[in-house]
Design a protein around this ligand. Structure first.
Ligand SMILES: [Zn+2]
Length: 295
């Protein structure tokens, strides 16, 4: 809708140009995920019109862009992406806009994931684990990179972006000790994840991930792998299985019945749950769900 508005403004502004100074159009930012979109909106404020290509419940790895999205991507002023192999389709897309790859701003984990042939459109964490936004400490370098990119496009608004960024980081700094305190009693708790989405979150909050149910990211376990996982879960006294909203319910029931650990559904992206409407509320929701499940 914001894009439609921007286009409408662009069309209506032209004839008036001679009469009055044209109001600056917002910077049109295309983000690949809702998490990035929220950070761009928070820092860019009224200077940006931002959209996410992936919906919150969509796996960005296998996203197929609609023609209208392709057009907006082509006409964007700025593209901000997760990077690594999170948006494999982006390499084939045409855009003249500068592209900010946020994976360059953070310390990556699991960069030694074995190289697998991508026989299908599975996402397999080929270049390291791309789910780094789920460590709230990583929001800091991500916000700095977004703010710098916006300031390059709108130098006159640098102070505005700086102010918004500082306000965001202040809220983040206020929340971090609260989240850490909420999960501190459960440090070292052994968990199993369905997909390796929670590596950075676990690293930040001291959870020990014993295994991922997927033998390789994006690949479902075979019956033999599942049997081995049940045994490993019982031996390691795994307390909890961390599922995503789209996780297979049958698999979760089997893990509970044979592996001895109930599941908690955590939310990997902004908008994936009504209570996760912003980046900070996304992290808060996941901390709260985990603390409640471990109580
Ligand atoms: Zn993944």
């Amino acid at each position: 809708m914001l894009v439609a508005l921007a286009v409408a403004l662009a069309c209506s502004a032209a004839p008036r140009q001679a009469l009055a100074a044209t109001p600056m159009l917002p910077v049109h930012v295309v983000a690949t995920t809702t998490d990035i979109k929220d950070l761009v909106q928070t820092i860019g404020g009224n200077q940006v019109a931002v959209e996410s290509l992936a919906a919150p419940s969509q796996d960005p790895h296998t996203l197929e862009l609609k023609p209208a999205q392709l057009l907006r991507l082509r006409g964007a002023d700025l593209v901000v992406r997760i990077g690594l192999d999170h948006e494999p389709w982006l390499a084939k897309m045409r855009t003249d806009a500068p592209v900010v790859d946020l994976s360059r701003t953070v310390r990556l984990l699991q960069t030694d994931t074995p190289r697998l042939r991508a026989e299908r459109q599975a996402h397999i964490h080929l270049f390291g684990n791309p789910h780094y936004w789920l460590d709230p400490e990583n929001a800091r370098p991500m916000a700095l990179a977004i703010s710098a990119a916006l300031a390059r496009l709108r130098p006159a608004e640098q102070a505005y972006f700086d102010t918004n960024q500082a306000a965001f980081l202040a809220r983040l700094d206020a929340q971090l000790p609260v989240w850490k305190a909420a999960l501190a009693p459960y440090a070292g708790t052994r968990v199993v994840v369905l997909h390796d989405s929670w590596t950075y979150f676990a690293d930040r909050f001291g959870l020990s991930i014993v295994a991922s149910a997927e033998p390789s990211p994006g690949i479902p376990p075979s019956p033999a792998e599942l049997a081995a996982l049940f045994a490993r879960m019982r031996a390691a006294k795994v307390r909890l299985v961390i599922a995503n909203p789209d996780s297979n319910g049958d698999l979760l029931r089997q893990l509970a019945a044979h592996g001895g650990a109930p599941a908690v559904t955590m939310v990997p992206s902004v908008g994936g749950d009504p209570a996760a409407g912003s980046y900070l509320s996304l992290i808060a929701l996941n901390v709260a769900r985990l603390a409640k499940a471990l109580q």
